[in-house]
Design a protein around this ligand. Sequence first.
Ligand code: PGA
Length: 255
Amino acid sequence: MQTIKKNSNNKLIIANWKMNGDINKINHDLKLYASLAKTNSSNILYAIPMIYLAHASYLLSKYHANYQLVTQDISIYNDLGAHTGEISAIMVANLNIKYSIIGHSERRAFQDHDTIVMQKITNAIINNITPIYCIGESLDIRQNCAQNELLLAQLQLLTQMPAKITNIIIAYEPIWAIGTGKIPTIMQLSDIFNLINNFCCQYLTDVKYKIIYGGSVNPHNIQELSTHLTFDGFLIGGASLKNDEFINICQTLII
Ligand code: PGA
């Protein structure tokens, strides 16, 4: 199958804060990032904890910032109602937030199995939220060389959606690389990029898609990762929490 090389300009940088940060950090970081040319880019997306998103969206307009906000998850329920503790995609869209991470391996560990992930992607789509769909194999699967089958099965879900996908970001995040300081080799990453890209070319023909990588991205490896790879961007956890490291990564990636 032929691989189409994707445009590697304008990399997307998604900062996944996970369950970290507090109101002081939100105030400090969002002000700082609005003031720097390299971090105040529409290609930089902040997935801060849900509880701070309304405040962050106020800060965004206060600073006339260009960066964007992302939710780390959304509810399987779309309709508003008696779902204690849940946050609907409708509410996310209400804040004018255009992206949601869905199916992160840390959520899958809390029972977000395929049917739930499909429902969440559907809810995102019908509310015009671009899903950032995370896929990736465990160490065990990688050691048994079964990663391609697993990734293809995870991608296959996208062909069975009840709603029509128009935009999607696919984040390849090998579980063994998340928070461990280990990253796949450039060769392994290129193979996976080609696998995902070929799948999209074949099955998601009228979908606008981006393919990004996540797992232990930091200022030390970003240069090599961005020089040698055709990925459209990076999902960054730990390093996105430290101002100096995050700014350094943005300086490398934002042209
Ligand atoms: P990490 O996390 O950069 O800390 O490895 C990435 C992620 O889980 O999205």
